[in-house]
Design a protein around this ligand. Structure first.
Ligand code: SDX
Length: 431
């Protein structure tokens, strides 16, 4: 008895093999369908289409499961940190203490940006969005280390570890430099002895005459935030990275494209939109009840930002973890943020509301992350930049999977044409 799927089109049957993943997920392998039947599959938004087989992250949306290389997110959140998780996602296993030390050293040694790159920042208007700057600067990293960005995957893979360290380390420095320049503040250079997150906060908030020292609670909260964003299988931005990588493009060009995709309000831009939503609810003296009714009716294009997810139809495990960390951080800092009270009210009201229950809409990773970032002092227009810093390891791991695939093909989806059928050219006089 064959395990193949049988597809009947008109009076013909086609046998299509099945693919089964390590967690038992199944897919109909449609790679030969068009050659056999002349038909393609159609799945706008790719909600039911697998673009690749990947070893990096596993999500079960119904069970609210998220695992990086098999390790459950709640265990990593409890016991790991961003640098260790980045190593796990990129290299496939938790590092030994020696491996971790070498990796952390490579990040510290690659923290500064090239002096000439600093001139590029000066060309931007002071109110330029930091995501526009980030994508341009990450793409430009290849210009200062052209041996890492040859667009020959075989050669680029020979220097992969150096390129990965540069991308992870410098994305953080670029973010801090763009913030300092937007504020007219002097650049604060990285300190080689500081751990990853503490170094970022130092570059953001220190002054020439007073060093910013992150408290253990703030450092822990930022590590957790970045760790929880580190990868998420084939989301919009990661699929973009794979799409660009599939043409043979280098790591910096591919991850820069991912930054552009992440910027959209339906994806990484949602964390900013959540805070803007909470602040407007607060400003209107609403406890959230009126807003929820508006979001349900769709009036004024209102959506409950930070709610809903293409994959999670039960709960986003990251939202639960961030929600708890948010309370702990604000308690440790003695911050009373009305947005947190409104967020809590929105969550409890929505979880009891048929509109959200029927559509399986629950808080996602963005619902509480903005409140944490605001408590740390990250400016609103940098919230999506923080998401990009966190997601860099996932983008790098996915770029590597594409670059390392000897049978890799360029990503080139098909389409169904719905435009005008054949017609002859009409001269100007006859139009
Ligand atoms: C991220 O893919 C990933 O993994 C992304 C991410 C990652 O780590 O990379 O998890 C990060 O991007 C999280 C999502 C952040 N975005 C938001 O919080 C924006 C608000 N949420 C939505 O716009 C929406 O839920 C999406 C974009 C997240 C998912 O959209 P889908 O799966 O395409 O669902 P849909 O837009 O087709 O909505 C289905 C129904 C619709 O109602 P009906 O037309 O059936 O009546 O649910 C409604 C929608 O109107 N709906 C919402 C809603 N989200 C969906 N109604 C009110 N508020 C919302 N937030």
């Amino acid at each position: 008895m064959s395990n193949d799927a049988i597809l009947k089109i008109k009076d013909k049957e086609y046998s299509l093999p099945m693919i089964v993943g390590s967690e038992g997920e199944t897919a109909v392998d449609a790679r030969k369908l068009r050659n056999q039947s002349g038909c393609i599959t159609y799945d706008e938004g790719y909600g039911n289409t697998g673009s690749c087989q990947s070893d990096v992250t596993y999500i079960d949306g119904e069970q609210g499961i998220l695992r990086y290389r098999g390790y459950p997110i709640d265990q990593l959140a409890l016991d790991s940190d961003f640098v260790e998780t980045a190593f796990l996602i990129i290299y496939g296993d938790l590092p030994t203490s020696e491996e971790r030390a070498v990796f952390a050293k490579s990040l510290n040694e690659n923290a500064s940006v090239h002096a000439r790159m600093l001139h590029l920042f000066e060309g931007y208007p002071r109110d330029a969005h930091p995501m526009a700057i980030l994508s341009a600067m990450v793409n430009s990293l290849g210009c200062y280390d052209p041996h890492l960005a040859t667009n020959d995957h075989k050669r680029d893979l020979e220097n992969f570890s150096e390129a990965a360290a540069i991308a992870i380390s410098k994305v953080r420095t670029i973010a801090a430099v763009s913030y300092r320049m937007s504020q007219g503040l002097p650049i604060i250079y990285p300190k080689i002895e500081l751990p990853y997150c503490d170094n970022f906060l130092h570059m953001m908030f220190s002054d020439p005459y007073r060093e910013y020292l992150a408290t253990p609670e703030v450092s822990r909260a930022l590590n957790l935030l970045l760790l929880l964003h580190a990868d998420h299988e084939q989301n919009c931005s990661t699929s973009t990275v794979r799409m660009v990588a599939s043409s043979g493009a280098n790591l910096f060009a591919s991850t820069a494209a991912g930054i552009c995709a992440l910027w959209g309000p339906l994806h990484g831009g949602a964390n900013m939109a959540v805070i803007q939503m909470l602040e407007s609810i607060h400003a209107e003296g609403d406890d959230g009840s009126r807003f929820i009714e508006a979001a349900k009716s769709g009036t004024g294009g209102k959506r409950l930002m930070g709610f809903g997810h293409r994959v999670y139809k039960n709960f986003d495990p990251r939202a639960k973890i961030i929600g708890k960390a948010c309370e702990e951080l604000l308690d440790s800092l003695g911050i009373e943020d009305p947005c947190l009270d409104i967020a809590r009210h929105l969550e409890s009201a929505a979880l009891k509301d048929d509109y959200f229950i029927e559509r399986k809409l629950y808080p996602n990773v963005d619902f509480y992350s903005g409140i944490v970032m605001r408590a740390i002092g990250i400016p609103l227009n940098m919230f999506t930049v923080m998401f990009a810093i966190g997601r860099m390891p996932g983008w790098i791991a996915n770029w590597k999977e594409v670059a390392s695939n000897p049978k890799g093909k360029i990503y080139r989806p098909r389409q169904i044409y719905t435009g005008p059928v054949k017609r002859d050219y009409v001269s100007m006089e006859k139009r």
